[in-house]
Design a protein around this ligand. Structure first.
Ligand code: ADP
Ligand code: ASP
Ligand code: MG
Length: 420
């Protein structure tokens, strides 16, 4: 008998008919004798609608009330799934974050899970009941306010629940049948990866592949949770129930590097269109200037990603380019303006029409030339590189957004990832 956490994303619970489909997946596991905790997202489109209403009500909203509104989407699906499961003759009940409780930090809108108490859920599972848990939300214990985990946060709820229940597997059901070498909606020749290492999945997620929320991968890696990514659209009867120690590999298993036998140099390509570029022109080329630019941004909690500083041809002034989240661009520009005196005279240019394209692979640790190959391929297509950043297992370039898809397809092909 296994303890299984099953998470279903927005498209998998988009209407009551799809919720019935989800219930059949759950029933398969229960019928096999497994103990099941289900984590659900809001119906697809719901969270966007809720966010839009909040912004309409007041663009400078109270973050605690934002959470009160947007957390409601998951409450609907959890209740509906419990009702459908009961109609199928299963014992089931819904659980909201505060009832478990799933405790979080007070960073409303992007709170971190700080603690999950598995006790109550465990007791109910032992009594043969399916626990249907709202993803994306928890409670901030000091002020006792609802808090949400940031977009895509139900993945993180699922992994955190799996940790608390010491589950044998955390199955993430979505609208694709696994993690692919790149977004299969952009590159039809993308291939499913039967396995991917935690490290690579972490890079893929943080560099824009939204199939798993970054924090869910961090948490899985920390606690060595076995995560599988599966499609909820495969008919429930066509999948076999979870058997501990004999996990069927029908989607993608996120696991330790040493379990992966055949390793490509590059395993995947990610892209992100949510960054914006800021260039500060003609700042003095002297010690302390970078600190005076990035200090105030850090104080304002604005994350800076890629940074390029040009050489100063005249030895006096230089240009500095860096990226921030596109949603933070107006705030970043304000912060820079306020720090203008400290930084010294400068002109600033900014653009959100940029995309970050990344190639990822643990094989890069032992292979030279991956970057050179990438730069040449982009040059051959006439794509200009605006900024570069690297780590041990990834190379990212910033380019004009108009070329994003061409770049992804080109790189996917030259690193040998295209399906035959
Ligand atoms: P859910 O609502 O189930 O959480 P998401 O929309 O958050 O689903 O994530 C699934 C989507 O992630 C897929 O539809 C796919 O377009 C996208 N995606 C991006 N990169 C990848 C990748 N490398 N492999 C698989 N899917 C990816
Ligand atoms: N419903 C939330 C969102 O759309 C959380 C999730 O689906 O994971 O971001
Ligand atoms: Mg998601």
């Amino acid at each position: 008998m296994a303890v299984v956490v099953m998470k279903f994303g927005g498209t998998s619970v988009a209407d009551v008919e799809r919720i019935r489909n989800v219930a059949r997946h759950v029933k398969r596991e229960v019928d096999a004798g497994n103990k099941v905790a289900v984590v659900v997202s809001a119906m697809s489109g719901t969270t966007n609608q809720l966010v839009a209403w909040v912004r309409d009500a007041n663009p400078l909203y109270d973050a605690r009330e934002y959470d009160a509104v947007v957390a409601s989407g998951e409450q609907i699906t959890a209740g509906l799934l419990a009702i459908v499961l009961q109609k199928m003759g299963l014992k089931a009940r819904s659980w909201q974050g505060w009832q478990i409780p799933i405790e979080t930090s007070d960073a409303h809108g992007s709170a971190r899970i700080t603690k999950v108490d598995g006790e109550a859920i465990r007791r109910h599972l032992d009594a043969g009941e399916v626990a249907v848990i709202t993803g994306f939300q928890g409670i901030e214990p000091k002020a006792q306010r609802l808090a949400t985990l940031g977009r895509g946060g139900s993945d993180t709820s699922a992994v955190a629940v799996a940790v608390a229940l010491r589950a044998d597997v955390c199955d993430i059901y979505t609208d694709v049948d696994g993690v692919y070498t790149t977004d299969p909606r952009i590159v039809p020749k993308a291939q499913r990866l039967p396995k991917i290492s935690y490290e690579e999945m972490l890079e893929m997620a943080s560099l824009g592949s939204k199939v798993l929320q970054t924090r869910s991968v961090e948490l899985a890696m920390l606690y060595r949770v076995r995560v599988r990514v599966l499609s909820s659209f495969v008919p429930p009867e066509k999948m076999s129930p979870v058997v501990v120690d004999r996990l069927e590999n029908i989607g993608t298993i996120v696991t330790d590097e040493d379990e992966i036998v055949e390793q490509q140099v590059v395993s995947g390509i990610a892209y992100a269109k949510d960054e914006a570029k800021i260039t500060i022109l003609k700042v003095a080329d002297k010690p302390g200037v970078a600190a005076r630019i990035f200090g105030p941004l850090a104080d304002a909690n604005i994350n800076v990603d890629m940074i390029v500083q040009n050489v100063a041809p005249d030895g006096k002034s230089t240009d500095m380019t860096f990226t921030v989240q596109a949603t933070e661009l107006p705030r970043a520009l304000e912060v820079l303006k306020a720090a203008e005196k400290d930084i010294g005279l400068f002109d600033v240019q900014s653009s959100a029409d940029v995309a970050k394209i990344s190639v990822i692979g643990v094989g890069m640790r032992s292979h030279a030339g991956v970057a050179a190959q990438m730069f040449k391929a982009l040059a051959d297509k006439g794509i200009n590189i605006l900024a570069i950043s690297t780590s041990e297992i990834k190379i990212s370039v910033l380019i004009d957004a108009a070329y994003a898809e061409l770049a992804v397809r080109t790189l996917h092909s030259i690193y040998g990832l295209d399906a035959a």
